[in-house]
Design a protein around this ligand. Structure first.
Ligand code: S3P
Length: 451
């Protein structure tokens, strides 16, 4: 399906976003490892997280889905069965990398496959540390690309220093560490999202954090716990930028995750001139609350160093903010963007240029000179959900029509995005905010009875 987008007036809106993708994946994993039932609410019914859920069903975990966003997971205490078929991780790097850590110790063989985009993504980053723990993982693609074959066996703990700040690498090793002898530590160059650590603690697994090092003891298992997944701040990011870059716009996002390892975008937009406030309302291991933002004439900034892992998924839409800001924004130290669902630096560069924005692509970043009017253009998603959504937001500011092609990929992380986009851009109501609430735990999308 193609999306057609026109220039829109400033947002005046209060909304909720679907459940956090990273936390939804981990909630299925931790609950499946627990010895007993767990109720998960606010689960993201996006294709990536559904791939994780289906994988655990294939490993013999009974998972009921009484509503689109609720799961009842009957954990098996870490005892899984050999799946009867290949496990399809779809587009999801998180599914493939974290499952590799977990399956490395299971007493059976598994083959993990993925779609065309996932089949191009690097797996050496997890294969190498897991091999040091004793894992037997082979990649069928060139240069350690998927599909992966995992032959489970006994593992030993390691003390690993990672060269990339990657939550997927850290989490794969920590999950393997639960089944390894001795203790397992991971040290990363900068803090990546710490959902695995927080969820380990919430589910009763002790961990030790010392600066950028985290350690878990082999043999620990999660206890059954109910859990509510907060809204995904990376999904909120699209609306945050739509509001931030428009003087007169006002936006409130409710029930969203406020984990400080994910809210870097709030600091970036504040530096660029937007007025941002956050209020924490509850904390179940993961802080949940409200973000309020008022738009402004943005100014350029520099995004680099330890800020990068904190805004890694927001950089495509922050690049759009940069195109709307006065001056040259420099994004550096972001080579990781080249190995996401697409080469995001190349995608940002080509799409901004098509919209009339001067850019300079560098090996690990991009320089964007903003402040000129954007021109509508016909842009392909390149199969990358965040590229599709970021440039849909650019379309709200562009003269003429913007068309985004190949938008089905958005269902991986944000089903319903285009519906919200249409409602937001059609709203001409002055003074009264448009309120968009999500149906909580509706039965729409519920699965039938399950094994
Ligand atoms: C994720 C970690 C990030 C992020 C991805 C989800 C996770 O990847 O880009 O969307 O859930 O752990 P890296 O950890 O590889 O940077």
């Amino acid at each position: 399906m193609d999306w057609t987008i026109q220039k829109a007036p400033p947002l005046n809106c209060e909304l909720e976003v679907p459940g956090d993708k990273s936390i939804s994946h981990r909630s299925v994993m931790l609950a499946s490892l627990a010895d007993g039932p767990c109720v998960i609410r606010g689960f993201l019914p996006g294709e990536d997280c559904l791939s994780t859920k289906e994988a655990f069903r294939a490993f013999g975990v009974k998972i009921e889905r009484p509503g689109a966003t609720s799961l009842i997971i009957h954990g098996t205490g870490g005892r899984f069965v050999q799946p009867a078929h290949d496990v399809d991780c779809g587009n999801s790097g998180t599914t493939m990398r974290l499952l590799s850590g977990l399956l490395a110790s299971q007493p059976f063989q598994t083959r993990l496959t993925g779609d065309a985009s996932l089949s191009k993504r690097p797996m050496k980053r997890i294969m190498e540390p897991l091999a040091r723990m004793g894992a037997r993982i082979t990649a069928e693609g060139a240069d350690e690309r998927p599909p992966l074959r995992i032959e489970g066996g006994s593992l030993q703990g390691i003390d690993y220093t990672s060269s990339v700040a990657s939550a997927q690498v850290k989490s794969a090793i920590l999950l393997a560490g639960l089944f390894a002898s001795g203790s397992t530590s991971v040290t990363e160059p900068h803090l990546s999202r710490d959902h695995t650590e927080r969820m380990f603690e919430y589910f009763g697994i002790p961990i030790k954090r010392e600066g950028l090092k985290v350690t878990v003891a082999g043999g620990s298992r999660p206890q059954p716990r109910d859990f509510r997944v907060p809204g995904d701040v990376s999904s909120a990011a699209f609306w945050l930028v739509a509001a931030a870059a428009h003087p007169g716009a006002r936006l409130r996002v409710n029930r969203v995750g406020l984990n400080p390892s994910r809210t870097g975008i709030l600091g970036t937009l504040t530096r660029m001139g937007a007025r941002v406030r956050e209020f924490e309302h509850s904390n179940q291991g993961e802080p949940i609350g409200t973000i309020e933002i008022e738009g402004a004439s943005l100014k350029a900034t520099r995004i680099c160093g330890k800020e990068i892992p904190n805004v890694i998924d927001e950089l495509p839409v922050l690049a759009v903010a940069a195109a709307l800001a006065e001056g040259t924004t420099v994004i550096a130290d972001a080579a990781e963007l080249r190995v996401k669902e697409s080469d995001r630096l190349a995608a940002i560069a080509s799409h901004l240029m098509a919209m009339g924005v001067p850019v300079k692509e560098t090996p690990d970043g991009i320089e964007i000179t903003g402040g000129r009017p954007l021109k509508g253009a016909r842009l392909d998603s390149l199969g990358d959900h965040r590229i599709a959504m970021a440039f849909a937001i650019a379309g709200l500011f562009a003269e003429g029509q913007t068309v985004i092609t190949g938008t089905d990929c958005v269902n991986t992380s944000y089903p319903g995005f285009y519906d919200v986009l249409q409602r937001v851009s059609a709203s001409r109501e002055q003074g009264v905010p448009l309120v968009i609430r999500l149906e909580d735990d509706s039965s729409e999308g519920a699965d039938g009875p399950d094994a």
